[in-house]
Design a protein around this ligand. Structure first.
Ligand code: NAD
Ligand code: ZN
Length: 712
């Protein structure tokens, strides 16, 4: 239908319009935008594989709308603004809908909804200040299905098609379990009915299906939406059944009694109509949680905003909410355009996907030398954030996805997940794309020495085994001071980089001999912050041994393993003498850890570094935190849960907790029915109040606590 050259050109032109780089005369722009929108509708509805985000498509659509309203003489009936995008494939028989199936207008924020509310009221000749009630429900992101029931029996199912004609898929609908084959519409005087819904796949079922496909070596499904819309159009109902499709029904389209008179409006409101459909056995958004009756537009907007926040936790893909005038009589009075009802609007969430160009690949090196490729893309807005850099993880990721420089790529960012490349848009390649050549030598290293990369068997990552350029040292220092390791408060990545650039911080040892007098005169510092930094470093010197071991960035020597090992030495340099057996003697320590730690300690430079750290006052022996307290079986605190609140005078909070632990207590973090003892210092605050209210908690002062510890 479209040649690769056309497709690439349509993509490029679309992006040009979106960036404001295309400004032909109005009549040329109108013609071109229509052509572009037709193309994107084909990609979206027929191919199930769009090359623009919904947000971008909507933006192009609005450009066309804008031009058409400024130049009404340019409007034609076949413009995408005047009719519904068609998903007719020609693979099924077409059937006319009982009433046209339209699209929805779009809104993106509370102001848009307020504007919609004003328009509806104007249409209805209603006072703008009088509240109008709305029904609000999820906008399911799947494929439309239109079901016709006669005499309580399902007689026909169709897709939306072009809104007037749909494709008949009755056999496929029959295998979707949530679609009842019989429903007692006659109870409500309904003889012939059309109900509308959306066919979707639950996210977890989708993930499971794909996991199975992966095991069987089959091509993975792209996303739940495409799998659902594609599923509706399978040739054999048996294949449809395999896709775990579900149909959410969201409204009546039509409904008449035996005499052919409308019998839907008698239900009064859309909310009531959905209650009836629920009662008749349809799968309908649940009243109260999934859908609401909003007394006015502000309440509707609040419900939309709440759903935008909880969207990712919902088991189904939704791309927004739908806000509908609740009163069915008012709906009919508000009426329709040729494209959408005037009484309903979609509230679109920020698009989770976007397309852009993969311009270049840069490399980063990690603390143990892991080389991570990073895609540099043309900046694009994704879920409300500008993105121009996306991790490519490792060589296999690039190879499996067949990514090439110059590719148009589909990006996704869902919830808190970091953005990632879903796939290249291979159809849009024009031959100018170049392969991504994986480096054989360290790509960060700028010195004359060549360092070949290594890849250990069973690992996805290539590593630079001995850094000669200092890049890894920098990453190791950043990790060393981080919260996870030595937890040096106030010394983040930014300062480490700044001090490194000035030559003050080249190794881990330098962390403990910083030139504070120079730091204090740096821009943005001053005596006070230099002193604070120094105090943090001094405090870190007393850290438990496992933090130091963890902060050395020894390959495979994770947090858990460092904790286990720290318990079993007297001094950090014992490890330089340890045999493999000594490591393996510790439960949960395997040969990989043993070999890596032994190799690290066999390097004299590393031993010298630890000696220097010890000389600078860094703790190199296990502390009370490293050693689990000997099991205490007697005493006032054995088995008791304890909590400290307020500021203590005679010891730090940490020290108090350590002593309580040593006396057999458990430390908890909140006042609840499970708390046994609360020790209060100065200004105890709400915790004391809550404990007193509970009445089950023993409250001790700091002195009483110490006296009981001492056995008094
Ligand atoms: N990315 C692209 O290239 C591209 C191309 C074409 C269309 N699109 C997207 O499709 C939109 C237009 O498509 P459309 O005409 O299908 O409109 P739409 O998807 O925005 O809204 C109408 C559809 O929403 C569905 N829907 C789901 N839940 C609903 C509910 N509770 N109540 C009512 N309807 C509900 C219905 O099935 C209905 O057909 C565009 O705004 C764009 O987001 C994207
Ligand atoms: Zn290097």
């Amino acid at each position: 239908m479209y040649s690769p050259t056309d497709q690439r050109q349509f993509y490029d032109r679309s992006k040009a319009y979106l960036q404001g780089d295309a400004t032909p005369a109005a009549n040329a722009a109108v013609a071109e935008l229509r052509q572009l929108l037709h193309y994107h509708e084909w990609r979206y509805y027929v191919q199930d594989d769009p090359v623009l985000s919904d947000f971008e498509y909507d933006a192009l659509y609005q450009q066309l709308q804008g031009l058409e309203s400024a130049h009404p003489e340019l409007v034609t009936p076949d413009s995408p603004t005047q009719r519904v995008g068609s998903d007719l494939t020609g693979d099924f028989q077409s059937v006319p809908h009982l009433v046209p199936m339209l699209s929805l207008g779009n809104s993106y924020n509370a102001e848009d909804l307020q504007e919609f509310d004003r328009q509806v009221k104007r249409m209805l000749n209603q006072d703008e200040s009088a509240p109008l009630a709305y029904a609000v429900e999820p906008k399911f992101d799947g494929g439309t299905i239109v079901l016709v029931y006669e005499n309580d029996r399902l007689v026909r199912a169709a897709t939306r098609g072009d809104g007037v004609l749909g494709e008949e898929i009755t056999h496929n609908a029959r295998v979707i379990k949530s679609i009842p084959l019989f429903a007692a519409f006659s109870k409500y005087g309904l003889h012939r009915v059309e109900v509308r819904g959306e066919v979707i796949i639950r996210k977890d079922r989708f993930a499971k299906m794909n996991a199975e496909r992966e095991q069987d070596g089959k091509v993975l499904y792209a996303n739940p939406r495409n799998t659902a819309t594609g599923g509706l159009r399978m040739k054999s109902p048996a294949e449809v059944a395999e896709r775990n499709l579900e149909a959410f029904i969201y409204s009546f389209g039509y409904g008449v009694d035996a005499a052919g008179n409308d019998a839907v409006q008698a239900l009064g409101t859309h909310s009531r109509a959905l209650d009836v459909l629920t009662e008749l056995g349809f799968k309908v958004p649940a009243s109260g949680s999934e859908r609401t009756h909003a007394p006015d537009i502000a309440a509707a907007a609040a419900f939309c905003a709440q759903w935008e926040r909880q969207r990712d936790a919902y088991p189904y893909e939704i791309d927004g909410m739908v806000v509908k005038v609740d009163d069915l009589v008012l709906q009919e009075r508000a009426g329709y355009t040729s494209h959408h009802p005037r009484w309903a609007i979609a509230y679109k969430f920020a698009a989770k996907q976007a397309t852009t160009t993969l311009e270049n690949v840069e490399y980063q090196v990690g603390k143990i030398g892991t080389i991570t490729p990073v895609a540099k893309t043309t900046p694009v807005s994704l879920a409300g954030v500008m993105i121009s850099s996306v991790s490519l993880h490792n060589e296999d990721f690039i190879r499996d996805k067949d990514l090439r420089l110059g590719d148009k790529v589909l990006l996704e960012r869902a919830g808190d997940v970091i953005p990632y490349i879903v796939k290249p848009l291979a159809d849009l390649r024009d031959g100018s794309e170049r392969p991504i050549v994986w480096p054989l030598t360290c790509p960060i290293n700028t010195t004359a020495e060549v360092v070949p990369l290594v890849r250990e068997s069973g690992e996805a990552a290539w590593r630079c085994p001995h850094c000669v350029c200092g890049a890894q040292d920098l990453q190791r220092i950043i990790f060393h001071v981080s919260k996870a390791a030595m937890d040096i408060d106030g010394m983040g990545k930014r300062y480490v980089e700044q001090f490194h650039a000035r030559g003050w911080l080249n190794t881990i040892v330098d962390v403990y001999r910083l030139p504070y007098e120079w730091i204090s005169v740096l821009d943005g510092f001053g005596n006070k912050s230099a002193e604070n930094l120094k105090a943090s470093v001094e405090r870190a010197k007393q850290n438990p041994l496992w933090r130091l071991l963890y902060g050395l960035s020894i390959h495979h020597f994770g947090k858990k393993a460092t904790q286990l090992v720290a318990q079993n030495v007297e001094h950090v340099l014992d490890l330089a003498e340890w045999t493999e057996e000594q490591f393996l003697h510790i439960k949960d320590i395997g040969p990989t850890v043993a070999q890596n730690v032994r190799a690290w300690f066999s390097d004299p430079a590393n031993v010298a570094m630890l000696q220097e750290l010890e000389r600078l006052g860094v703790n190199v022996r296990p502390t009370a935190e490293d050693r689990p307290a000997a099991v205490v079986t007697e005493g006032p605190f054995v088995g008791k849960s304890i909590l400290f609140t307020g500021s203590l005078e005679r010891m730090s909070r940490k020290e108090a907790q350590e002593r309580a632990l040593n006396a057999g207590a458990k430390i908890v973090s909140a006042v609840s029915g499970k708390l046994d003892v609360l020790v209060v210092g100065d200004k105890p605050g709400s915790k004391l109040k809550k404990a007193q209210e509970l009445g089950t908690v023993r409250v001790l002062t700091e002195d009483q606590f110490l006296a009981e510890l001492a056995g008094g």
